[in-house]
Ligand binder design. Structure first.
Ligand code: NAD
Length: 476
């Protein structure tokens, strides 16, 4: 958010915004106040300052790790590198992780980390130094480990940082046979799982695609069923936004605008996402992309005519001052907390369908869970069953061919015979999780007559967490 708009955004803290959503949901449940307070509050907040030598200077780095909930262990949540990192933000993002994991049935408590740096202006060597030092600080205080707290990528971090974290953890934990499971989002060559990089964006796509299949909801916003031909705007072309935009484009949606820090580009007829990325790599900016119009004030892109708006950059980008100008009929919260509560209310009154972050961007943690399981089981997905499935399928096809007295064309045969690879299993697990998650929230919304999907998602998550407390025998 620009400085100008930061002052325009609503004044309440990010954490209190989530508390408001939680409180709205709690009204649908008869749960003791103390228990609700326990679920809401952050269980542990670790704030650190450590020195790092950058050039000839010593720089003091501010960093955080927050474990919001220990109702399931390990805790799980990404690490963010940004100059805007602060305790309130990390606490909020950790809380969102708790609810997210409950919704997609991933057995983790929520956590989050953050380092207050701008990775765009710091050299790779220094980012590595800071990442390794941060990891050793977490190890010192027992804030990282396969059964304790497992970081992952978030805004400003990716596979590279995760592999440094793993390497640091491994070197300081000799003999730890499960060390690979101390962090997810690693490169495949270092124990990562195929499909993690694009998981959040793909999950966003699966979630919105499912909503667009619902006649009732599409009727309510005056849209046809299906994604084909729908006009989409994506804000933020990083890990989440780039992959989401690519999947929408491939499914036949029309990407009419893409927004980045330096500005936005617009073409009513549609933008080819991979060509925009090539242009970005070549010129260092998305602006001046051939056959598109530049929009200098990047936030204005959010207000353009479209069917689906996907904010995939940062929080609070839609607030009470611009909410009324938003024309999208569906908003898919790919980023965490892109709408302030005030904006949420304005848009709901306008009849906009809002798909909440605590469900929609849970694809990342879902596939992180698959990666963690892979690391703990020390075996690649598909290794045990691929050949077996292929042999079974071959026999089955032979029977079909004999019975029908007909040969199946070789290309079709290859398709049917193929046993599952890791990427197939990960993607089908993700698709199933996102589709199930959507229907659980939608069904609950209908059965309890809840006003919107966000509140329904919170109700679902709180119920799930209460369940685990009961199973643990705490707060019977
Ligand atoms: P990223 O760092 O890969 O990408 C963020 C992108 O947003 C960058 O390209 C950046 O230049 C752009 N950006 C920054 N400010 C902008 C602005 N004002 N206007 C337009 N673009 C802007 O980060 P990411 O991992 O894609 O995360 C994006 C959001 O998704 C965050 O809210 C994050 O918490 C959330 N999220 C990420 C994951 C994940 O797996 N990475 C999972 C769940 C949620």
């Amino acid at each position: 958010m620009s400085k100008k708009n930061k002052s325009k955004a609503d004044a309440s803290s990010f954490f209190s915004c989530i508390e408001k959503n939680f409180d709205k949901a709690a009204r649908y449940l008869s749960i003791k106040k103390g228990l609700l307070e326990q679920i809401k509050s952050c269980n542990a907040v670790y704030r650190i300052h450590f020195p790092v030598k950058i050039g000839k200077e010593i720089q003091v780095i501010e960093a955080y790790r927050v474990q919001h909930s220990h109702h399931k262990l390990p805790c799980k949540g990404g690490i963010r590198y940004s100059t805007k990192v602060n305790q309130d933000e990390v606490m909020t993002l950790a809380a969102l992780m708790t609810y997210k994991c409950a919704i997609v049935d991933v057995p983790f408590g929520g956590s989050k980390g953050g380092i207050k740096i701008d990775p765009q202006i710091i050299s790779v060597e220094n980012i590595e130094k800071i990442t390794r030092r941060y990891t050793s600080e977490l190890i010192k205080k027992n804030f990282i480990g396969p059964g304790i707290d497992v970081p992952a990528p978030d805004y400003g971090t990716g596979e590279r940082e995760m592999s440094w974290i793993f390497d640091t953890f491994l070197s300081l934990s000799p003999g730890e046979v499960d060390a690979l499971a101390c962090v997810t989002g690693k490169p495949v060559s270092q124990g990562g799982v195929r499909g993690r990089k694009e998981a959040t964006g793909l999950g966003v796509f699966y979630g919105i695609r499912e909503l667009c299949k619902m006649k009732e909801e599409m009727l309510s916003v005056g849209l046809d069923v299906g994604l084909n031909g729908k006009k989409v705007i994506v804000q933020g072309l990083g890990n989440v936004g780039y992959h989401a935009a690519t999947f929408f484009h491939e499914a036949g949606a029309i990407i009419v605008a893409l927004a980045e820090r330096e500005g936005a580009i617009y073409n009513q007829e549609g933008l080819n996402v991979s060509n925009v990325i090539l242009h970005l790599k070549k010129t260092g900016s998305i602006l001046n992309f051939p056959e598109s119009k530049n929009i200098e004030d990047t936030e204005k892109a959010l207000e353009l005519e479209c069917d689906i708006l996907i904010p995939a950059a940062l929080e609070n980008v839609i607030h009470k001052h611009n909410a009324n100008r938003i024309k999208a009929k569906i908003i898919g919260e790919a980023a965490n907390g892109p709408l302030t509560p005030e904006a949420d209310e304005i848009l709901e009154k306008k009849g906009v369908l809002i798909v909440p972050d605590i469900y929609l961007n849970a694809g990342g943690v879902t596939v992180s869970y698959f990666e963690w399981l892979k690391n703990l089981s020390h075996v690649r997905y598909g290794r045990m069953e691929k050949r077996f499935s292929e042999n079974m399928n071959t026999e089955l096809l032979q029977v079909v061919e004999t019975c029908c007295r007909k040969k199946i064309p070789i290309e079709e045969k290859k398709m049917i015979l193929r046993g599952p690879r890791e990427i197939d299993l990960v993607r089908s697990g993700l698709e199933d999780t996102m589709i199930n998650g959507f229907h659980k929230i939608r069904d609950l919304k209908k059965s309890l007559k809840i006003e919107n999907l966000r509140t329904a998602a919170f109700v679902f998550a709180i119920n799930k967490i209460i369940d685990s407390y009961e199973k643990l025998g705490i707060f019977p």
